[in-house]
Design a protein around this ligand. Structure first.
Ligand code: ARG
Length: 463
């Protein structure tokens, strides 16, 4: 097949080279955006008089038909035509004849691919944005139900202080809120039209770039043609957004895995979101959470991949940049799939309140509150810390909790201790008293949940 660019060549491309550099196997994913961009370009060429009105209409009609044919699976793409851009152009010329060859006037594949990917990514980011909002909503709803479900909070994976399950989940809510605003921020930088940059130096035709931007829904037009075709920051940023979010999801999944173990016994995953073992009949495994934790690896890898591809590339376009797509598509798909399954997995899990409560009563999670009690009785905190430390050692020896000590035993550690110690160190008091902004008390949870509900409205555009 004669290449669209074959004019100055006297030989066909070697088959090996063709296989090596053809991208149609993966960039066909962009067909919708490619055709949409071409339609806007053709309409604009008609308006500025570079094409006649009739030529412009013919091209647009031809492109619309090709779009429908691709959607009806009537098209087989040709690897020899390299990529989606040239495949579409060839299909167009086959369909409408010589006028199809005028489409590429004032345009290069360099600005074409840049606009295609931006449109594709903007669309996917909006989808992921919606999925993240759903996840946040699910977290808020579960947190609402578990505002008073006491669980041990951990540091170093050692029981530390009592909190509530609602409080714990709202920590993830905060992470997801940051992920959402990070995407919104990235969307702004994706919202710039590169088309009109040409190969690198713009074009001699008086293109109406603002008209194209308006038709394709871009708020801005890029202000430097070299940057227009060289910039892949929006992809790098997206991959970084994905990596950060997957890191959050992976941490949550890790906790789900721990919590659903018999050692913790804090939650039960729904049968529909767990799997069994081919050999051990008793097993119910948190595979979904594990796989999500694992998929974080490829998303990090894709980020490293694109950063490395872009590093050291001279301006403007270089073929290296064709390598931006597979990792991007993989990241989009992985992120979307993870969110698709995570939200219902959370919604359907059962929380074992009794076991969580029991765990928070063990492990001396109220030791800090005991020390704070002594501080309120006038003991300097550092001394109080030492006294409680001795009491903990004593209990460890005896095999009991602080709450199990008799008043006599308490008084042995400090004569300042009175009957009200029991109330002061009950896990319920420990949580209720932690009422500073962002703390685990019900009052603070209500505040954070309300803020989260407002966030949902604002970021869903309901305000
Ligand atoms: N398939 C190419 C890519 O994805 C399109 C741009 C090709 N431009 C070029 N000058 N070879 O990057």
């Amino acid at each position: 097949m004669k290449k669209l660019w074959g004019g100055r060549f006297s030989k066909d491309t070697d088959k090996l080279v063709e296989d090596f550099h053809s991208s149609i196997s993966f960039d066909q994913k962009l067909y919708f955006w490619d055709i949409t961009g071409s339609i806007a370009h053709a309409r604009m060429l008609g308006k500025i008089g570079v094409l006649t009105a009739e030529e412009s209409e013919q091209i647009i009609k031809g492109l619309e038909e090709i779009l429908a044919e691709i959607e009806n699976k009537q098209v087989t793409f040709d690897p020899a035509a390299e990529d989606i851009h040239m495949n579409v152009e060839i299909l167009l010329t086959e369909k409408i004849g010589a006028v199809g060859k005028k489409l590429h006037t004032g345009r290069s594949r360099n600005d074409q691919v840049a606009v295609d990917v931006r449109m594709y990514l903007r669309h996917e980011m909006e989808h992921i944005h919606g999925q993240l909002l759903e996840l946040l909503e699910a977290l808020l709803n579960i947190a609402m139900k578990h505002k008073e479900t006491i669980m041990p909070g951990y540091t170093h994976l050692q029981r530390a202080q009592p909190i509530t399950f609602g409080h714990h989940l709202l920590a993830y809510g905060e992470m997801i809120k940051r992920d959402i605003t990070r995407l919104e921020d990235n969307l702004q930088r994706c919202d710039v039209l590169p088309l009109g940059s040409g190969a690198l130096a713009g074009t001699t035709f008086p293109l109406d770039r603002e008209m194209v931007a308006e038709e394709l829904g871009f708020s801005h037009v890029c202000l430097n043609s070299l940057d227009g075709v060289s910039d892949r920051d929006f992809i790098v940023e997206f991959m970084a957004d994905a990596a950060i979010c997957l890191m959050h999801l992976s941490r949550l999944c890790e906790e789900i895995i721990l919590w659903s173990s018999q050692e913790f016994h804090f939650i039960d995953l729904d049968d529909a979101y767990s799997t069994g073992s081919s050999i051990m009949p008793q097993k119910k495994n948190p595979d979904v959470a594990e796989l999500m934790r694992g998929k974080t690896g490829r998303v990090y890898g894709n980020l490293m991949g694109i950063l490395t591809v872009m590093k050291g590339l001279p301006l403007a376009y270089n073929k290296d940049m064709q390598e931006d797509k597979e990792g991007l598509f993989d990241t989009v798909e992985t992120w979307e799939k993870c969110l698709l399954v995570l939200t219902p997995m959370l919604k359907t899990m059962t929380v074992r309140r009794e076991d969580m409560l029991k765990a928070s009563k063990g492990g001396f999670t109220n030791a800090t509150d005991f020390a704070d009690y002594l501080v309120r009785e006038g003991v300097p905190f550092r001394d109080a810390h030492a006294i409680v430390g001795q009491a903990v050692a004593y209990c460890l020896d005896k095999g009991c909790a602080l709450d199990d000590l008799s008043l006599e035993e308490f008084k042995g550690f400090s004569p300042l201790i009175k009957e009200n110690i029991y109330e002061a160190i009950s896990v319920y008091t420990c949580v209720a008293k932690r009422n500073t902004i962002g703390g685990p008390s019900v009052e603070q949870l209500n505040r954070t949940i309300q803020e989260g509900l407002d966030f949902l409205k604002i970021h869903r555009g309901e305000h």
